[in-house]
Design a protein around this ligand. Sequence first.
Ligand SMILES: [Cu+2]
Length: 162
Amino acid sequence: MTGRRTTRSRHRTGGLRGRSEVMHAGRRLRGVAFFLVAGAILAGGVYLAGNVFTAQRDQPTTADATPMRISMAGFDPAVLEAEPGEVLTLDWWNTDGAMHLEDGVHTLVSDELGIRYELPAQSRRTIPIAAPTEPGDYDFWCDSCCGGEASPTMHATLRVTV
Ligand SMILES: [Cu+2]
């Protein structure tokens, strides 16, 4: 590649000046190539590391389950929608390590909905949530970390609409 460029360039510009410019360009090209390769390797590593946490999302345990992640950032999605009386099946997974969690779990709690589930660190489970027959927004939260019920971050909503 460098050789061909040199030849072509010499034809075009001729003389020593052209040659040194070409050598300069060649060096710069190698520099760029190095960063491209290094960048690709880095990106590959980040991609693989990311897969450790996201791979689970691609393989729901139940085909028609609604995926929901819990982490220090809260529930994702933070709003679930359901029809009155509908029973949602959640494919629920926890991306946090045990050392960050009280008792090693995140929880999903709601007095109104009459539920209390626990999810151990870096695991997943399928859970049912029954929507009340009365439309409205129903609050649920995690009470095992980050201030629990007092922390707005750890709340999410079951939205029941007709
Ligand atoms: Cu939690």
